[in-house]
Design a protein around this ligand. Sequence first.
Ligand SMILES: Nc1ncnc2c1ncn2[C@@H]1O[C@H](COP(=O)(O)OP(=O)(O)OP(=O)(O)O)[C@@H](O)[C@H]1O
Length: 254
Amino acid sequence: MTETLLTETPATSHDVAARVVHARKEYGTGDSSVVALDGVSVTFAAGAFTAIMGPSGSGKSTLMHCLAGLDTLSSGQAFIGGTDLATLSDAERTVLRRDRLGFVFQAFNLLPTLTAAENITLPADLAGRKLDKAWVDTVVSTLKLGDRLGHRPSQLSGGQQQRVAVARALVSRPEVVFGDEPTGALDSKTGTELLKFLRSAVDELRQTVVMVTHDPVAASYADRVIFLVDGAVVEELAAPTRDDVLETMKRLGD
Ligand SMILES: Nc1ncnc2c1ncn2[C@@H]1O[C@H](COP(=O)(O)OP(=O)(O)OP(=O)(O)O)[C@@H](O)[C@H]1O
């Protein structure tokens, strides 16, 4: 089925899942202003897993937030598929995030009064979108949540809550899943399972994943790593190994 999907996908602009062009972001004005992004142009291919790395303060979160419609650029453009985010109102950006993107951040943002199952399907329920039950079952069983679906977040461990958040991000097959240190709060075994799951979602379902991380092992699961320094992309690695990533991090002073 995946092969059919792949061969039938026409070569359109949708082969680019997200991109920024001459992206500049400045916080504040005058003497106290900080340039967080200084003319970044980068493309994220559909069906690829990209890691964004770089020293603290290099602009990783800013780039992800501006790409994902959580913040706006000072100048330049950010696109999700063919949609220029600057053409959308705040309300339209909210709908775009809900309907077209998935988020796996360190704060799980689960609703405490809802069960795991209700949290997982909430974005789709709010959007009035029907989920593919077989895929929901696959996500739930791969993330080993089958026996936790009736529990509320307070009845789950941190790792289980993170897996619920991951399931919520993936069940609707969003155009792009954005992760900000998605393994940061997990023990290494659960973190490895999560990375393997993201990898298989990319390989088997052509999911697009963009992940900010400081962890060279996490980055080695990606197809490509881009490195930011002082708000600019300074280097890229394709098919990175942990050692490639470590060596580049050392060289760039991370
Ligand atoms: N809301 C804000 N107001 C002012 N400055 C900000 C704001 N958010 C980020 N910055 C500044 O912009 C720069 C880039 O920050 P950003 O959070 O994007 O970096 P990062 O690479 O994600 O860092 P870290 O790895 O520490 O999370 C930093 O100098 C930061 O202090």
